[in-house]
Write a protein that binds this ligand. Structure first.
Ligand SMILES: NC(=O)c1ccc[n+]([C@@H]2O[C@H](COP(=O)([O-])OP(=O)(O)OC[C@H]3O[C@@H](n4cnc5c(N)ncnc54)[C@H](OP(=O)(O)O)[C@@H]3O)[C@@H](O)[C@H]2O)c1
Length: 362
């Protein structure tokens, strides 16, 4: 019987201060299962969860001692103990985990395809994060695909929904879509989806760090790739800005360059998490936070059951086939490896083509 979990935690005040804690595991109550976390992905998205842990409730998924936070990650685990009649030891599941060796879940609404954690501290959080998929019952599941699924799938859902939201709104009358952090996997997924749709008169422009230009160009997803320093060289055509970087300086530069030619400013991410430059007097429209659940709800109503999944599935399959040409997946196992990957991603030192998987278990 496993008696404790090894948990990676960070200071909520300083994400550079990580530490390991060994937490005793309680004896399971009726309905609970113990999951041994096998492996998970780490990208800038997880750093954003931490940077917005307080503001957006991401610290609430996995409780930690005062002042510390457990960063959520997407990955796979195995049920190693069960007190739920419909969930057996040995079942493999996909979902939202802490950077830990183990997690106890109060399983509820168990169906053939999955279940939820109904723990009280998670009840107020978005349902999508509380759902676990029973991959043992998923005929399409294949072990080699787990890394791509963990690294890209949670991001690609947003990429797809932004493309859909923009198309649904006639691109707000714009002729170009400008994406910041063009090298991020979420932006690459969006650029790929925009490109696949091949809409007349819509040009796809990526903004990135100079060091990432060659890689971003090599994907072929963007019509044009420009360094942050060269924003002023872009044509002042009617433009939608999709902001994955979230930093004040890039936001200010884009708004001031396009000004009244900016037809919509869509705020999505925060990869430039340390650039907190205030932008009180932005030219052009106020940035609007992209709220994926609203677009999901709309499409469920428009397209009916399964309609969204069917449409997303087609582009996702095409994207997966394409990323196989550039995504370099590596896996680090053991606490030291987990920490090294975390700090590398935190500092933005990973190459964009890198896909990190990590595992607390050695
Ligand atoms: N709202 C939503 O529903 C939602 C859903 C999915 C993702 N997102 C957000 O989209 C963003 C992208 O996530 P991802 O997982 O796709 O990222 P990723 O692939 O890990 O992105 C890596 C890129 O982000 C930039 N970057 C990363 N760390 C940095 C640092 N410390 N300083 C400066 N730049 C840094 C660099 O791009 P450049 O050089 O090109 O800037 C880097 O190549 C995240 O903020 C994520 O939270 C939001």
């Amino acid at each position: 019987m496993t008696s404790s979990s090894l948990d990676f935690m960070v200071s909520r005040q300083d994400l550079r201060q990580g530490q390991w804690q060994t937490t005793p595991l309680p004896a399971l109550s009726d309905g609970e299962v113990l999951i041994k976390v096998d492996h998970f992905a780490l990208t800038a998205n997880n750093i954003t969860y931490a940077a917005f842990g307080e503001a957006m409730g991401y610290w609430n998924f996995f409780p930690a001692p005062e002042g510390l936070g457990r960063i959520p990650v997407w990955g796979y685990g195995d049920i190693v103990e069960s007190r739920h009649p419909d969930l057996s030891v040995g079942e493999r599941v996909y979902g939202y985990f802490p950077m830990s060796s183990h997690l106890v879940i109060q399983a509820d609404r168990v169906s053939k395809s999955g279940f939820i954690d109904r723990a009280e501290h998670r009840a107020a959080l978005a349902a999508v994060y509380n759902a676990y998929l029973r991959v043992s019952n998923d005929a399409s599941h294949a072990a080699p695909a787990e890394a791509a699924q963990s690294i890209l799938r949670p991001l690609f859902m947003t990429s797809f929904l932004i493309d859909d939201f923009l198309a649904d709104n006639g691109f707000f009358g714009a002729q170009q879509v400008v994406l910041s952090s063009a090298s991020s996997k979420t932006s690459l997924g969006l650029a790929f989806t925009l490109k696949q749709a091949a809409r007349d008169g819509i040009s796809i422009v990526g903004l990135t760090s100079r060091a990432n230009i060659a890689f971003v160009e090599s994907t072929g997803y963007y019509d044009r790739v420009v360094a942050y320093e060269d924003i002023a060289t872009l044509p002042r055509d009617p433009t939608v800005f999709v902001d994955m970087a979230g930093g004040g300086s890039v936001r200010a530069a884009v708004h001031s360059h396009f000004a009244d030619q900016l037809t919509y400013s869509c705020s999505v991410g925060g990869t430039h998490w340390e650039d907190r430059m205030a932008t009180p007097d932005l030219a052009g429209p106020r940035p609007t936070l992209f709220f994926a659940p609203a677009q999901i709800k709309k499409r469920h109503a428009d397209w009916g059951p399964g309609g969204l999944d069917k449409r997303l599935g087609g582009v996702w399959t095409a994207f997966l086939a394409d990323v196989a040409g550039w995504l370099k997946i590596s896996e680090g196992r053991g606490p030291e490896a987990v920490e090294a990957i975390y700090y590398e991603v935190l500092e933005g030192k990973s190459r964009p083509e890198q896909g990190h998987m990590a595992s607390v278990a050695a």
